[in-house]
Design a protein around this ligand. Structure first.
Ligand code: FAD
Length: 374
């Protein structure tokens, strides 16, 4: 980054920090833990709209598509500041980070005109309908079918672990359109309307008591041909664009800030000079390594292969560190914080599974970083 780019980034960050200080809703700041689930949903939906009004939606999307035309560095800086300001997490993540860049890469002008404005303004919430009971790491095994019917498709099957399914208007949806075609040529990407008859969403309660995702059933659900993203049978190619856009650096920085809060608490909980304090200090050093890895990933964003390698290492580093930290904290922590650590311990179990499990990330590192044979 040149000195002038650094100056611009610093000015952007100052403005964003000021905006966040004014924009984060007071009731979220002061009464967050006493809000009902319906009120939390309301705050999160409104937050997406506030981001748009403030000019902070689609920071790294090109201007001609309604974005702000900035880079990943600004996007990461904003997410870090928002997490530090305890801003609500909106519902726009799948729409803005995954769907919008994929629409720009593969969509028709009509699809871009119909869907991008709603994604950016926060009016439309999107979910990602990829995983199924028999297809997770092995995504190409998706078996939900989209059967040809006139000028569209009838979709039947089941998705699982779908984040935001209970509030989503649309799904970026991978389905099998040709039961006879060979693997990787038998899938299509659909932009499926979640608010139609035949779609049944059943939230799944997680081990921590929260409910981040749902199982979703589809019975003869209609998708018009104009809502197929990319060609028929080209769903795998489109899915690869989606996965490339998972943008591990944004997730990495958000988690870093959350983990920093846990880390500061852990350091306060361990009496100075004890063996526990020494272990906590080691965690602290490893956490700063996460921050450094985020910066390295941002520098590599224009080199897709190096960026994918960097974000795989980053994902494994933060997710496993967080699990180790909470595992350490839950045993022997002061009674005052027991409930917090119990919750965090359970909540972090999922972190080494979503956005590609640790085993899958290690496969990527073995093959693409170390060059080991498959
Ligand atoms: C909180 C959360 C949110 C999620 N949100 C979404 C969402 O919005 N949309 C969506 O589509 N999905 C979502 N998922 C699903 C997620 O993408 C999958 O759980 C993940 O891809 C793993 O798939 P699976 O659960 O089917 O496990 P499997 O793929 O069955 O894996 C089981 C175990 O085997 C290991 N394994 C599998 N293949 C290999 C291999 N080749 N080599 C070594 N080990 C292997 C895995 O690492 C894992 O430990 C979410 C998951 C979580 C936990």
């Amino acid at each position: 980054m040149t000195p002038s780019e650094r100056g611009e980034l610093s000015r952007f960050s100052d403005d964003a920090e000021q905006w966040l200080a004014d924009a984060v809703p007071e009731r979220w700041r002061s009464q967050r833990n006493s809000l009902s689930p319906a009120e939390v949903t309301e705050v999160r939906r409104e937050w997406d709209k506030q981001l748009y009004r403030g000019g902070y939606a689609g920071l790294s999307l090109p201007r001609e598509y309604g974005g702000q035309g900035m880079g990943l560095a600004e996007e990461v800086a904003f997410h870090e500041l928002a997490a530090r300001a305890h801003a609500p997490e909106g519902f726009g993540r799948i729409g803005k980070i995954l769907t919008a860049p994929t629409l720009i890469a593969h969509g028709t002008p009509d699809q871009q005109a119909r869907f991008l404005p709603g994604i950016l303004s926060g009016e439309d919430v999107w979910c990602q309908g990829f995983s199924e009971p028999g297809a997770g790491s092995d995504l190409a095994s998706v078996s939900t079918t989209a059967r040809r019917d006139g000028n569209g498709y009838r979709v039947t099957g089941q998705k699982i672990w779908t984040s935001f399914a209970d509030v989503a208007d649309r799904s970026l949806f991978l389905a099998r359109t040709d039961p006879d075609a060979r693997r990787y040529r038998n899938l299509s990407m659909l932009l499926l309307d979640m608010k139609q008859p035949g779609v049944t969403v059943r939230p799944i309660k997680q081990i921590s008591g929260t409910s981040h995702f749902a199982e979703v059933f589809f019975e003869d659900v209609w998708v018009g041909e104009e809502d197929r993203l990319g060609g028929e049978g080209e769903g795998w190619k489109v899915a690869m664009t989606v996965l490339q856009n998972e943008r591990g650096a944004i997730e990495g920085i958000t988690r870093y800030v959350e983990m920093r809060g846990d880390m500061d608490l852990l350091l306060r909980c361990c009496a100075a000079g004890t063996e526990r304090a020494a272990v906590a200090e080691q965690f602290d050093v490893r956490l700063e390594l996460v921050r450094w890895q985020v910066s390295k990933a941002v520098e590599l964003v224009d080199d897709p292969v190096a960026f994918a390698r960097a974000t795989s290492v980053l994902k494994v580093t933060w997710s496993e560190l967080w699990q180790e930290m909470t595992e350490f904290a839950i045993v022997g922590s002061c009674p005052e914080h027991q409930a917090h650590w119990r919750h965090q311990y359970l909540e972090t179990r999922a972190s080494s599974i979503y956005s590609g499990s640790s085993e899958i990330q290690r496969n990527i590192m073995a093959e693409r970083v170390l060059g080991l044979p498959k």
